[in-house]
Write a protein that binds this ligand. Structure first.
Ligand code: NAD
Length: 437
């Protein structure tokens, strides 16, 4: 099948390359000329494991193309995925749908034949109806269908998640659209991956319900971790103890500095606003939004506590900037609130991240970016592990201790045991274990 993808970000690019990998002819379109030029030279605009090789292979096969020309991409296309951004609207936290609506208008203007428009962006329930009226108004004579097909991939494991999904959720309102979607996902159905057909509104809401549930698990375990610190319990044991219950599960029960990223913070907030608008407030989700917002900056106070609150003029080495490992995405990363909190207390910050430094520069000021762990901790009073990159699971303790001015190591991802670190001469603190004073 011939497919167009509108929006070549984390989701659009990964979806495009994976759909071409399973045999479709895919043309990816973006407004960003630089991005498209780079992709046409096999230079990836984002970091994602396996992406570069797969893009190169599928371009070479002739099944994957990148362009800024929407009309050319839609020519002879049966289906167009929309994968543009839906960030939080700054004024009120609702999802900002301007990119989705603008894309819908452009598609309507340029469509050359009957088309199924598939919304892959995360959008509030009812957005499909609005997109339908936009297209109808712009092109009353055009035969089209609007489908919801939210994306559940995780950055850092995006290719794997797309190619081996837990499920594919499709919200359709017509048999024709259902048949087109069945054809697109036939290679996945043949492999036995569950495909769930529901109505469009159900599909739209499923995405928010899933993300908010995952965020809820994280906010919950983080609050339990705080309780552990004052009652002499160990969050690692608690996580193991609850995670082995199959009704709870072992994933998303690890305590940390608070969730971040381009999805959980904006999607929980957007769901809160949708529920309020329908006068069915989701109090639980309102609570986790506030709990997580509080937590990220609170981590800077936890670090300060390890320095007896004498932070002014101290050099703090931050290990890990991105919101999770194996990505370069800095959106809503806990490191931002933590670093800003420490800077507000007068600390000097050095930072190292395997992939995130270039993006971090647009979020953080007055940070000394370093090319290695050892350069980052040189003369530091405190080292803080913020992101659980594999590289930080085997830190060179002896060399670090020799380079550092003082001996405090704060591990916000609970990668280590206190005993090991104490043996290397560090004062160690993690999350969810009694605070040593
Ligand atoms: P992104 O910001 O990385 O990419 C969006 C792209 O769309 C940009 O390259 C932008 O230039 C392009 N664009 C905007 N308007 C356009 C238009 N009219 N025509 C062509 N291109 C246009 O966004 P993302 O992280 O890929 O997220 C896209 C959507 O997918 C969002 O709704 C997000 O919530 C959802 N989502 C994201 C993830 C994730 O992990 N990033 C996972 C699941 C779902």
């Amino acid at each position: 099948m011939k497919i167009a993808i509108i929006g070549v970000g984390y989701v659009g690019l990964v979806s495009g390359v994976c759909l071409s990998e399973v045999g479709h002819h895919v043309t990816c379109v973006d407004l960003n000329t630089q991005k498209i030029d780079k992709l046409n030279q096999n230079i990836m605009p984002i970091y994602e494991p396996r992406l570069s090789d797969m893009v190169a292979a599928n371009r070479a096969s002739g099944r994957l193309h990148f362009t800024t020309d929407l009309a050319a991409a839609l020519n002879k296309t049966d289906a167009a995925f929309v994968a543009v951004g839906t960030p939080s609207r700054e004024s009120d936290g609702h999802a900002d749908l301007s990119q989705v609506y603008a894309a819908a208008e452009s598609i309507a203007e340029q469509a050359a034949k009957p088309l199924v428009i598939i919304n892959k962006s995360t959008v509030p329930v009812g957005t499909g109806d609005e997109v339908e009226s936009i297209v109808k108004e712009a092109r009353p004579e055009l035969h089209f269908d609007i489908v919801s097909n939210p994306e559940f991939l995780r950055e850092g494991a995006a290719i794997k998640d797309f190619m081996t999904p837990d499920r594919i959720v499709i919200g359709v309102e017509s048999d024709y659209a259902k048949a087109i979607m069945a054809e697109i996902y036939a290679p996945f159905a043949q492999e036995g991956y569950p495909i769930l057909y529901v109505n469009r509104r159900t599909s739209e809401l499923t995405k928010y319900a899933a993300n908010s549930y995952l965020a809820l698990k994280l906010a919950y375990i983080n609050e339990v971790a705080d309780l552990c610190e004052v009652v002499g319990a160990d969050i690692k044991g608690v996580s193991k103890g609850i995670g082995l219950d199959s009704r709870i599960g072992e994933k998303f029960v690890n305590a940390g500095p608070g969730y971040g990223g381009s999805c959980f913070p904006k999607d929980t907030l957007a769901l809160v606003r949708t529920a309020q608008d329908h006068e069915r407030p989701l109090r639980l989700i309102e609570m986790i939004v506030s709990s997580n917002g509080y937590r990220k900056r609170a981590m800077s106070r936890k670090i300060a506590h390890m320095c007896e609150n004498q932070i002014k003029g101290k050099k703090i080495a931050i290990l890990g900037l991105t919101f999770k490992p194996n990505t370069d995405d800095m959106r809503e990363a806990p490191s931002i609130s933590i670093i800003q909190g420490l800077q507000d207390m007068g600390a000097k910050i050095s930072a190292y991240d395997p992939q995130g430094i270039e993006n971090a520069k647009s979020y953080l000021k007055n940070v000394t970016y370093c090319k290695s762990i050892l350069a980052c901790v040189e003369n530091a009073d405190v080292a803080v592990i913020v992101t659980e990159w594999d590289e930080f699971r085997e830190l060179p303790f002896a060399e670090m201790r020799a380079k550092m001015r003082s001996s405090v190591l704060v591990d916000l991802r609970n990668l280590y045991e206190g005993k090991t670190l104490n043996a290397h001469g560090f004062d160690y603190q993690c999350v969810g274990r009694p605070l040593e004073t």
